[in-house]
Design a protein around this ligand. Structure first.
Ligand code: FES
Length: 107
């Protein structure tokens, strides 16, 4: 199955160590810029299903939810404090444009 990407932002829209909340196919995605790379993770924290990860605090390439401190790897989505995993999406950069993998519908 071929993967579709959608243009979601420009590189200059998101300074280092900041994020942008984007909406794609009914999903909220937090797009983070860390050390020259862009990471896309689902914005909804698995702990209490609160859409807050774009407002999280960074440490290295991990983001900590502002609600109760669960912390996820931006690379893998796996919780390093707390439990479970947040969905991650592939990102590609073409020139100034940032593209994110279109979420697959689950049905
Ligand atoms: S909702 Fe994110 S840590 Fe509780």
């Amino acid at each position: 199955m071929s993967m579709e990407f959608m243009k979601v932002a420009r590189v200059s829209d998101i300074p280092e160590r900041r994020s942008k909340l984007i909406h794609l196919e009914n999903e909220q995605i937090a797009l983070w810029h860390v050390n020259g790379r862009f990471y896309a993770i689902n914005n909804v924290c698995p702990h209490q299903h609160i859409p807050a990860l774009h407002k999280g605090t960074l440490s290295g390439d991990k983001v900590t939810c502002p609600m109760h401190g669960w912390t996820y790897s931006l690379e893998t989505g796996v919780a390093e404090f707390g439990d479970g995993k947040v969905k991650t999406y592939k990102v590609k950069i073409e020139g100034e444009d940032i593209f994110v993998e279109k979420p697959m519908s689950t049905w």
